[in-house]
Design a protein around this ligand. Sequence first.
Ligand SMILES: Nc1ncnc2c1ncn2[C@@H]1O[C@H](COP(=O)(O)OP(=O)(O)OP(=O)(O)O)[C@@H](O)[C@H]1O
Length: 341
Amino acid sequence: MITIKGLSKIFQTKDQEVRAVDDLSLDINKGEIYGVIGYSGAGKSTFIRLLNRLEDPTEGSIRIDDQDFTSLSKGKLRLARQEIGMIFQHFNLLWSRTVHDNIAFPLEIAGVPKAERRKRVDDLIELVGLKGRGGSYPSQLSGGQKQRVGIARALANNPKVLLCDEATSALDPETTDSILDLLVDINEKLGLTIVLITHEMHVIRKICHQVAVMEQGKIVEQGDVLDVFLHPQRQVTKKFVDQVMGDPEKETSMKLIKDNYQAGEIIRLHFVGESTNQALISEISRKFTLDVNILHGKITQTQKGAYGTMYVQFEGEQDEIERAIQYIRSTSVEVEVNPNA
Ligand SMILES: Nc1ncnc2c1ncn2[C@@H]1O[C@H](COP(=O)(O)OP(=O)(O)OP(=O)(O)O)[C@@H](O)[C@H]1O
């Protein structure tokens, strides 16, 4: 649905050239929630501003539904922009307008007649869970409610794509979760394609199907969220995964455990999807003559299923340990012996 090829944006400042987005290519499928994650300065904001042409690219192309978005005339661009809704970290609401009138604003610009506008706004208010608040002003709303208004306004013209610019970064964790749930709900109900940028792996974990990791203007890793959680390739990606899963080195002082428990082997198990439900540990202790010590474990849910890691120590005869490891390898659980050694 969205095809981006060789997209670059170079800013020329007084004394240097900044490649904010550098030769970026990716495909986003219809109905997908696609997350782009990166630290500050990675180029995420520039990327999302290129996507709705708030910035013009230096090079490259963006096609949305087979329309070349990069070569549209000003008039056509205005129309094409109605196909793209956007929500912002600080909501960008009009403070002197009520909730109703904020949501109606893009419809007024598009020339939608008054009666139709009213009906559409009422439907949107209901969709985002703000029934009864149409007459309130933004200053009378909580952060989460303001973002709900932002979402309703972004959806007013029935866009094909919703762009989210750090949409939950100004919200507390609980409100963040409720807004993320709303985005999933909208994605499922309307089949809307959502592209979001964030610096929080929790957001990616909770709602995204696909993820791209940005560093210094480039996409350094991309793929299915579960694959990226399971096999992060780059250091930057591993750090993002640690945001959610915790860094076992820090949390369990692996070195201390290794020093204290020198017998046997320390093993890391990766569980994905259904395999997280297998009672593997109790099965191992039943089937093999081993002592199994659980050192650290965490299971988390993504849009693509569950994912977990567990650190255990197997103590016993070396042959028996080897046999147990072979047995685990025959299941869908992945094994790493003596991790972070
Ligand atoms: N208008 C501009 N002129 C010059 N340099 C810019 C401009 N906009 C962005 N940059 C530079 O481009 C790089 C990427 O910035 P960008 O804001 O896209 O990153 P980001 O990942 O969104 O970071 P943050 O989350 O902090 O906004 C940075 O080095 C930034 O200084």
